[in-house]
Design a protein around this ligand. Structure first.
Ligand code: GRF
Length: 202
């Protein structure tokens, strides 16, 4: 089974969407562990309630970013993930931990990348006068929010929209997008049908 580790700093609604899809049979993956850099992350509670091992690592327990990242990813690696999902993980990761995992670590970002990498994406889309907004799932590379794009979801921006209304309207789309991408990656890594080795009798 395709093994997925999730990293999250916040409430964990994307994690919850993955769990729900797994439970409904729409996402045939093993959610093997959840890690957070925030003790109070809702994602930790959601994981524990679902019976998924969940671990908090305090960045302040480490001398620097590099040391935290090395410890975090040593713990992640112990679960032998096929895929690492950053689902609202709000820390910038050192190139030394990103580069070796660039082909199997993905992030969900609330903008239509390459527009608006970084923070305050909803406000920036409004400030720019954009008529549409969205979210992107992309591979993680050392440059922030800059890796190859896997898929995007779009919503219109309508008069009266605020950062909050955009975030609220976008969230269900984000959940569906993330579930679909993880499902597609799991499917593409599945062994293909065994070849028919039966000798043809002619
Ligand atoms: C999502 O909007 C995601 O795009 C962003 O952080 C938010 C995480 O929400 N990177 P949640 O913790 O999954 O509810």
């Amino acid at each position: 089974m395709f093994r997925v580790v999730v990293l999250a700093s916040g409430r964990g609604s994307n994690l919850e969407a993955l769990i729900r899809a797994r439970d409904d049979g729409r996402l045939p993956v093993d959610l093997v562990a959840v890690f957070s850099d925030k003790a109070k992350a809702g994602a930790l509670d959601i994981a524990r309630t679902a019976g998924i091992p969940a671990q908090y690592l305090n960045p302040r327990d480490f001398v620097n970013r590099e040391a935290f990242d090395q410890a975090l990813f040593a713990a992640v690696d112990a679960y032998a993930p096929d895929l690492i999902v950053l689902a609202g993980f709000m820390r910038i990761l050192s190139p030394s931990v990103v580069a070796p995992r660039a082909g199997y670590m993905i992030n969900i970002h609330p903008s239509l990348l390459p527009k608006y990498p970084g923070l305050h994406t909803h406000q920036r889309a409004l400030d720019a006068g954009d008529t549409e907004h969205g979210a992107t799932v992309h591979y993680v590379i050392p440059d922030l929010d800059a890796g190859p794009i896997l898929a995007q979801t779009r919503i219109p921006i309508v008069p009266g929209d605020t950062p909050e209304s955009l975030a609220t309207r976008l969230l269900p789309n984000e959940h569906a997008l993330l579930v679909n991408v993880v499902a597609a990656l799991a499917a593409s890594s599945a062994p293909s049908e065994p070849a028919d080795l039966t000798a043809k009798q002619n």
